[in-house]
Design a protein around this ligand. Structure first.
Ligand code: OOG
Ligand code: MG
Length: 264
């Protein structure tokens, strides 16, 4: 597969940017224009983020995706991927999340990290753990720009910033120096106080710290490092649920740490 010309990369990024801003779903890029490679997909993602930065947004972190079997099976794709988070995607804990101007949003429970040091290259679980000042529970609100939130190739979803739309950070604490601390923690997703999905933290690549290691490794493949102070979503431990009016969506970690938002 030959790589895309720069002007095509920009055109694809602009198409996705417009779809997001107008909340109008589009056909997968690979269906309309033919298949493209994963490195090209990350080029399109980067161009799309550059368009947002030009409109005044700031990068504050990254999200990992497809790091659990539940998510891989829900989406029919089996390779971990990343996307970029900007400050305008953050929703305050317990806030109202208006459904207006969204395409087909879904929510899923996540673990988040906040880093303390720059991270680069191949790092160990211990390096990841030592480099974080906070770990906690989050909700990611996905909104694919593609029709029906399905029928895409891995490069399609990567080009679409890995379906990212919004995220909410909840309760967190400084991690201990023991990377096993994040094993066997119960993660639940609740809709109007009823548990709809549950998993343990081990569902995330065996240990959620490995998701941070994988992100740093993937960024390195694209000649980037993870800057100190980054927020990182480790990827959902369970499948996502569709958002509808009048929901209270909550995620809990180990039954006591929580995060939530309401729809209208
Ligand atoms: C892709 C993004 C996956 C996760 O946590 O696994 C993701 C998608 O579901 O459209 O965010
Ligand atoms: Mg996610």
């Amino acid at each position: 597969m030959s790589s895309l010309e720069n002007n095509q990369v920009l055109e694809f990024a602009q198409i996705l940017h417009n779809a997001r801003k107008s909340a109008k779903e589009i056909e997968p890029l690979s269906k309309t224009f033919g298949e493209f490679s994963l490195p090209d997909a990350y080029r399109i993602q980067k161009q799309g983020i550059d368009l947002r930065l030009r409109e005044g947004e700031k990068i504050i972190g990254y999200k990992m995706g497809l790091t659990s079997k539940a998510k891989m099976e829900q989406m029919g794709l089996h390779t971990p991927i990343f996307g970029v988070l900007t400050q305008s995607m953050q929703v305050a804990n317990q806030d109202l999340f208006p459904l207006v101007q969204k395409i087909h949003p879904k929510a899923e429970p996540e673990i988040y990290f906040v880093t303390n040091n720059d991270l680069q290259g191949n790092i160990s679980i211990e390096d990841a753990c030592a480099a974080c000042k906070q770990v906690g529970v989050a909700l990611e609100i996905l909104d694919s720009r593609y029709k029906g939130f399905k029928y895409f190739t891995l490069p399609d979803v990567v080009a679409d910033n890995s379906s990212s739309a919004y995220f909410v950070l909840g309760d967190g604490a400084k991690p201990s120096s023991n990377p096993s601390e994040l094993l066997d923690l119960k993660i639940e997703l609740l809709e109007n106080k009823n548990v709809v999905h549950a998993a343990t933290s081990n569902a995330i690549l065996g240990n959620p710290w490995l998701s941070l290691c994988e992100l740093v490794h993937l960024l390195d493949e694209y000649n980037q490092k993870l800057p100190a102070g980054s927020i990182v979503l480790a990827g959902a431990a369970t499948a996502a649920i569709e958002l509808k009016p009048n929901q209270e969506i909550m995620a809990t970690l180990n039954s006591n740490a929580r995060v939530s938002f309401r729809t209208n």
